[in-house]
Design a binder for this molecule. Structure first.
Ligand SMILES: Nc1ncnc2c1ncn2[C@@H]1O[C@H](COP(=O)(O)OP(=O)(O)OP(=O)(O)O)[C@@H](O)[C@H]1O
Length: 257
């Protein structure tokens, strides 16, 4: 098992190559993942600045979830490196990455159906030495589930379950939150609630990387967007530029337009 090295990401070539500024929080360098003969993520140099809400978009099979899972450590890269907040993450197991300040909410809800809302939040809280009562009250309030604290998770709507899972990640007070399709299958109102929740966490300084297909939601939460296509970064820039880019429309937006 490798140990975190004190690497200043600001000095990494990948950061310079991808235009990362002096506040780069996460950087990947030549990150590659092969599944047999298929290259799902192909030599990706990618970076996120501290305080950003970055959305990662792209057609089905572009490699978005794979990139996320390489960052969390669910998958090991075939080649390349990942740096976060001054440490090299490559080779660290997922739980050690969480300890560096990365939390993740995967695509499908991972709440404990047989526990109440409060008990679900207690699960990650046990990992921390934070003031459990204070964090519990604040989180319930943030995710608008205070009135359902003692309700069984199985009785929650899809949107409430998604908010609960974001809340579970928030209890760890992460620096970077990774969200994989957080509003998939949600109603317009539920989607608006999640956008508001992300906005309020961002106001408090949290950085986000969000994989999402819902362009209305992307427009609402993100200023800067990265487009992945066939495992490579295809375009990167402000949402207004990305949306009007003919090539992006062709490979991605055309699907949903
Ligand atoms: N465990 C795996 N084994 C083999 N191939 C995989 C595995 N995981 C993903 N792939 C393949 O890698 C490619 C990228 O998949 P990935 O799920 O990362 O794409 P995505 O952009 O997240 O797609 P979607 O938007 O549909 O979720 C796809 O061709 C997929 O079939």
């Amino acid at each position: 098992m490798s140990t975190p090295q004190d690497i200043n990401v600001k000095q990494q070539p990948a950061v310079a190559a991808t235009g990362g500024g002096t506040d780069t929080l996460l950087a990947t360098e030549q990150l590659t993942k092969n599944f047999g003969g298929l290259t799902a993520v192909d030599s990706v140099d990618f970076s996120i600045d501290e305080g950003e809400i970055r959305c990662l978009i792209g057609p089905n099979g572009a490699g978005k979830s794979t990139l996320l899972e390489l960052i969390t450590g669910q998958l090991s890269p075939s080649e390349g490196s990942i740096y976060f907040d001054g440490h090299e993450l490559t080779g660290l197991p997922p739980h050690e990455r969480i300890d560096t300040g990365i939390s993740v909410k995967f695509q499908s809800p991972h709440v404990y159906e047989n526990l109440t809302v409060e008990q679900n939040l207690q699960v990650p809280l046990q990992r921390t030495d934070r003031d459990a009562d204070g964090v519990m009250a604040e989180t319930l309030d943030r995710i608008s589930l205070a009135e359902k604290a003692t309700t069984g998770a199985s009785e929650l709507s899809h949107g409430e379950k998604q908010r609960l899972e974001i809340g579970m990640a928030v209890t760890l007070d992460p620096t970077l939150m990774l969200l994989d399709e957080p509003v998939a299958g949600m109603s317009v109102d539920e989607t608006a609630d999640v956008a508001e929740l992300i906005g309020s966490l961002h106001d408090d300084g949290m950085t986000f990387l969000v994989v999402e297909h819902d362009m209305e939601f992307v427009r609402r939460i993100s200023e800067r967007v990265t487009v992945l296509n066939q495992g490579s970064i295809f375009r990167q820039g402000p949402i207004e530029e990305i949306e009007t880019d003919e090539d992006v429309r062709r490979i991605y937006l055309g699907e949903n337009a």
